[in-house]
Design a binder for this molecule. Structure first.
Ligand SMILES: *Cc1c(COP(=O)(O)O)cnc(C)c1O
Length: 461
């Protein structure tokens, strides 16, 4: 499989280059030049496959001949070896034809484990003994960085630099990040928002200062982050009717990557009749889907912190698809967006998106209510992110006959204190982590300071 850039100017590259990358050379994101297509019958034939085997079928066409079959099979299968549920991603029923796909049985109890575990193994496969040339870099509100650090064992030479917002990152995640600071890992608090962290990382990738070090994005700016999530949709649909029956999804917008992965799964032939994007009151994506007006702006803290931002890098891949893979058109839109923080796509492209997508912004009060009601009526404890999805899914489903699956991306015990307050938790509530002040705090525009920290990390100081 060959890849190109959403901004059109980069030459074509193979899967290896994509794995070992941050941004494409022209500042765009890597995308596959074509998508594998499967017929409904082909997909239905996979209904008996265990999760890892299904994952290999979905992933392998994107890898092409960059990795031989036996190595890829074992690498993919190994990615799920640390999950604590036999089904890897079990479905839990929460209502009539309503389900939660539990994506939180990995080592850090969040869906980001799927991408992180796969990515580190791919990096190790490609770099081997030169693993010490890899520098994984990314912005995170907590979950992605924690998952990446946990997966770093699979790539023993690599180093990792994570930027997180000084306020807004949940305390338990922040404690893990502070404790992870070591010769190989630098977790850096930024005096700003998630969006500020994300912008710093993008600028760093565009002006990468270390010529001998390979910069790799550890979130789904890197295609692997998307690829790992396409599997979710195939798995859920196959469990609920063998791929012949349309299924709807409701996706809490913790980034646009998981939403875009669903869009890609549908383009590959999976019968998905609807994708609902749920946000909290930071509703940039809801405004985009609902009114074709996407604005970045300040985001406020809510009960669902993984959704408290407005810069969604995978939107660029989505725009590129909607514009029939037109690089120059995508570049013009994204440069305009970077310049003024606003994006509206053509009416034709927007209507095409609306064929599949609906959206809804769920406030904190509704989120609390949903957590309490679900627990009272079903005994299921869900975390606040999942609750926004379950609520939006029930409200906006188009077809009562099609199963509605909410992606459950974070384990409920991570919000045990809140759930206990709402009467939706009978287990233990862990004491909140003791937090010291971060050792250093980077200014939100301090690209030079970031470069110095990066050089120290590489030198092992
Ligand atoms: C996962 C992801 C996020 C959210 O990161 P968290 O650490 O879960 O807050 C944001 N952007 C991208 C591209 C991601 O893949």
């Amino acid at each position: 499989m060959q890849y190109t850039s959403t901004r059109g100017a980069a030459t074509r590259v193979d899967f290896r280059t994509v794995v070992l990358s941050g941004l494409a050379e022209d500042g765009g994101l890597y995308v596959p030049v074509s998508l594998p297509q499967f017929s409904a019958n082909e997909i239905a034939n996979w209904s008996w496959l265990p999760f890892d085997e299904l994952a290999w079928r979905v992933i392998s066409p994107f890898v092409g001949d960059s990795i031989d079959e036996a190595s890829l099979r074992s690498l993919v299968s190994d990615s799920y070896s640390r999950f604590r549920h036999r089904a890897i991603a079990p479905l839990q029923q929460i209502g009539h034809n309503e389900w939660v796909l539990q994506l939180f049985h990995g080592p850090t109890r969040a869906s980001k484990d799927f991408a992180a575990q796969l990515q580190m193994r791919l990096v190790q496969h490609f770099l081997g003994e030169n693993g010490d040339r890899a520098m994984l870099v990314g912005a995170s509100n907590g979950d992605t960085a924690v998952a990446a650090i946990e997966a770093l064992d699979a790539c023993p030479g690599a180093r990792l630099l994570a930027l997180y917002p000084r306020t807004g990152t949940p305390g338990d995640r922040m404690a893990i990040l502070q404790a992870a600071d070591s010769g190989r890992v630098c977790a850096l608090a930024v005096d700003g928002s998630f969006d500020d962290c994300q912008s710093l990382v993008s600028r760093l990738f565009r002006q990468w200062p270390l010529p001998d070090v390979v910069p790799i994005s550890f979130n789904s700016t890197n295609w692997v982050g998307v690829l790992a999530q396409i599997v979710f949709y195939f798995h859920a649909a196959l469990q609920l009717g063998g791929g012949l029956r349309p299924v709807g999804f409701s996706v809490p917008a913790a980034s646009f990557a998981e939403i875009y992965a669903g869009f890609i799964a549908q383009k590959m032939g999976l019968p998905i009749n609807q994708i609902i994007v749920s946000t909290n009151r930071n509703d940039a994506l809801h405004q985009f889907i609902h009114s074709n007006r996407y604005n970045t702006g300040s985001s406020s803290h809510t009960l669902s912190p993984a959704m408290d931002f407005s810069l969604f890098s995978n939107l660029e891949r989505f725009v590129w698809e909607l514009y029939e893979r037109n690089g120059p058109a995508t570049r013009a839109l994204m440069e305009h967006f970077e310049y003024c923080g606003e994006l509206s796509i053509g009416n034709r492209q927007w209507l095409q998106a609306r064929m599949l997508f609906d959206s809804y912004a769920v406030g904190d009060a509704q989120t609390r209510e949903e957590i309490a009601t679900l627990f009272r009526e079903t005994g299921c404890a869900v975390d606040p992110h999942t609750a926004t999805g379950a609520f939006a899914g029930r409200l906006h489903r188009r077809n009562i006959g099609a199963p509605m699956v909410t992606l459950g991306q974070i384990a409920p015990e991570k919000s045990a204190a809140l759930l206990a307050e709402l009467g939706a938790w009978h287990g233990e509530v862990p004491a909140s982590a003791a937090l010291g002040a971060p050792a250093r705090v980077l200014g939100r525009d301090d690209l030079q300071g970031l470069g110095e920290i990066l050089a120290q990390l590489q030198a092992g100081r």
